[in-house]
Design a protein around this ligand. Structure first.
Ligand code: 8Z2
Ligand code: NDP
Length: 256
């Protein structure tokens, strides 16, 4: 899609880069010349991913739980010691579990809000203060979800992702004097490792409920994310781009 060296010399952090969408996104950045650090909770997963990704370029990793401020501060330290600067942050780490709203326990609600809203905020603020704001340059892409019509069946993540959608707009304006662009990608249903945790009865027939009659791929998400991070999107900020085969407009994956 791009010239091969479009991200040459750029330093990129991808949270949740050890699997699924984050892994493919890290791979794309490496293929286009960037150096990438992947960060998530499970070291074994990160080491395996790093070993594979190193085939495409310089890939580093850091164990990090985005819900823990101290852990995110260590991530910033790692970036500082490796590179001394940062160009692009992909806030991809996240997740939730399907549940009817009335059955979500307080602990489960808090786990999902902490993961998707608070975690994204901690990483964004800490890395922006450490790098983007003093550098007066930066680029943040938040991977959220298709919350266009709410998210029945996963109300917790709908609330958290809508929070990040709005945060994207606020930060795009507040941090514009530092030349930091902030955008979001809202994937619909993507064939990835993340879908494996959903029971078959939920997954069955899902593509029939999508106007384009197919699920998305991790490459689809990575293509859009790299585009938004590239100079080709230099006038785009504060935007959330849906990538869902039209699912936000039609079809019902949740039966009332
Ligand atoms: C419908 C439309 C479909 C629509 C069709 C499908 C559309 C899919 C679109 C989106 C797809 C994706 O995002 S795919 C990406 C998915 N990837 C992930 O979700 C991976 C990351 N997820 C996680 O780590 C977890 O789900 C998350 C809860 C967020 C964080 O886990 P933690 O380790 O912090 O916490 P845990 O100790 O596991 O759980 C904390 C509490 O959360 C609750 N909890 C956790 N898992 C639970 C579960 N499966 N069912 C009930 N409750 C659960 C319990 O109350 C737990 O407490 P106890 O009771 O004490 O145990
Ligand atoms: N697949 C889909 O259909 C859709 C996915 N999404 C979102 O896209 C993102 C990527 O999902 P996908 O690739 O499909 O699924 P994965 O489960 O493969 O990816 C989630 C990644 O996030 C990491 N992660 C989760 N919680 C934390 C945490 N607290 N701190 C640090 N890392 C964490 C996981 O790594 P580890 O376990 O090592 O921490 C994992 O690598 C997620 O935010 C997901 O919710 C949104 C819409 C649709």
């Amino acid at each position: 899609m791009f010239q091969k060296d479009i991200f040459k010399g750029q330093k990129v952090v991808v949270t949740g880069g050890g699997s699924g969408i984050g892994y493919t996104t890290a791979k794309h950045f490496l293929q286009y010349g960037a150096e990438v650090l992947i960060a998530s909770r499970k070291e074994e997963k990160l080491i395996k991913a790093q070993t594979e990704l190193q085939e495409f370029g310089v890939c580093e990793y850091q164990v990090c739980d985005i819900r823990e401020v101290e852990s995110v501060e260590l991530l910033a330290e790692k970036v500082k010691s490796l590179w001394g600067s940062l160009d692009i942050l992909i806030n991809n780490a996240g997740g939730q579990f399907p549940s009817r709203a009335e059955d979500i326990k307080i602990k489960g609600w808090n786990a999902v809000i902490n993961n998707n809203l608070n975690g994204t905020w901690y990483v964004s603020q800490i890395l922006a203060k450490a790098f983007f704001i003093p550098q007066k340059s930066g680029n943040i892409i938040n991977i959220i979800a298709n919350v266009f019509r709410g998210f029945p069946g996963m109300a917790h993540t709908g609330a958290a992702r809508a929070g990040v959608d709005n945060l994207t707009k606020s930060l795009a304006v507040e941090w514009s004097p530092y030349q930091i662009r902030v955008n979001a990608v809202a994937p619909g249903i993507i064939k990835s490792t993340g879908l494996e945790q959903y029971p078959d009865e939920i997954l069955k027939g899902l593509s029939d409920q999508i106007p384009l009659k197919t699920l998305g791929s991790t490459e689809d998400v990575a293509n859009l994310t790299t585009f938004l991070a590239s100079p080709m999107a230099k006038f785009i900020t504060g935007e959330t781009v849906y990538l869902d085969g039209g699912q936000r407009l039609w079809g019902d994956v949740f039966k009332v």
